[in-house]
Ligand binder design. Structure first.
Ligand code: SF4
Ligand code: SF4
Length: 221
């Protein structure tokens, strides 16, 4: 993707992506491989709203994958012939619409992180809807406390980018990669969230993660 020529938008900008409630299409809930990653906010929403632990989600709806050495959860596509998200109901609608993951809210937008700021770009031709209208990005996302959410995403991006770079530079050190990944999963995903404010829980966990890295003498870029 040529990011240099990509038009970037802020969350107050209008973009032509409104597909009018998908109207019978569920294309981006099907056959998406491991691409719908789940960040801590997604897992907080899923676990506290569905009353399930992260481990129990791993039995069915969620799986783990490794990318650039980093272990991350993603929505599992179930079924061999017609792989689809386990949350897609028989009517082809999302059964967890109000708490759907950030990547599902975003589509067909992408996120661009630069100089500690977050902006958005449109993945041209990604959504199959024949005619789309203009909509404000913040309305499209429909996330409460968007400023806090974007602040969290920027922190999360910095941490995961730093870990990927560390793993790349230490690719021959399986033991340390495994130890860091286990702690990462434990801190951000396996330790249950309470229904209290997500952001304070996240920032506490972030401190814990950096303290753990410090204890190993690891300082992320
Ligand atoms: S969580 Fe909902 S919106 Fe996201 S892929 Fe699954 S069914 Fe689609
Ligand atoms: S491809 Fe577009 S219209 Fe189809 S489900 Fe995804 S967002 Fe909705």
């Amino acid at each position: 993707m040529d990011m240099q020529n990509m038009k970037l938008y802020g969350n107050n900008d209008m973009v032509k992506i409104d597909c009018h409630d998908c109207k019978g299409c569920s294309s981006c809930c099907r056959d998406m491989g491991e691409s719908i990653w789940l960040d801590p906010y997604d897992v907080y929403n899923l676990t506290t709203s569905l009353g399930k632990t992260f481990e129990s989600l791993l039995q069915k709806e969620v799986e783990l994958h490794v990318e650039d050495g980093l272990v991350l959860p993603n929505i599992r596509m179930a079924g061999e012939e017609d792989p689809k998200c386990s949350f897609l109901n028989e009517d082809g609608r999302c059964s967890i619409h109000t708490i759907r993951p950030g990547f599902c809210r975003l589509f067909p937008l992408g996120r661009n992180y630069e100089d500690g700021k977050l902006s958005y770009f449109v993945l041209e031709d990604a959504c199959l809807a024949p005619s789309k209208s203009k909509i404000k990005i913040n309305k499209w996302l429909g996330v409460p406390r968007l400023k806090d959410y974007e602040g969290f995403l920027i922190e999360w991006h910095a941490l995961t980018k730093g870990l990927r770079a560390f793993y790349e530079a230490n690719a021959d050190n399986d033991a340390v990669i495994k130890a860091v990944n286990m702690q990462f999963l434990q801190i951000f995903y396996l330790t249950p969230y309470t229904a209290d404010d997500f952001y304070s829980q996240f920032y506490e966990r972030k401190e814990k993660m950096y303290a753990f890295l410090d204890s190993l003498g690891i300082h992320l870029q």
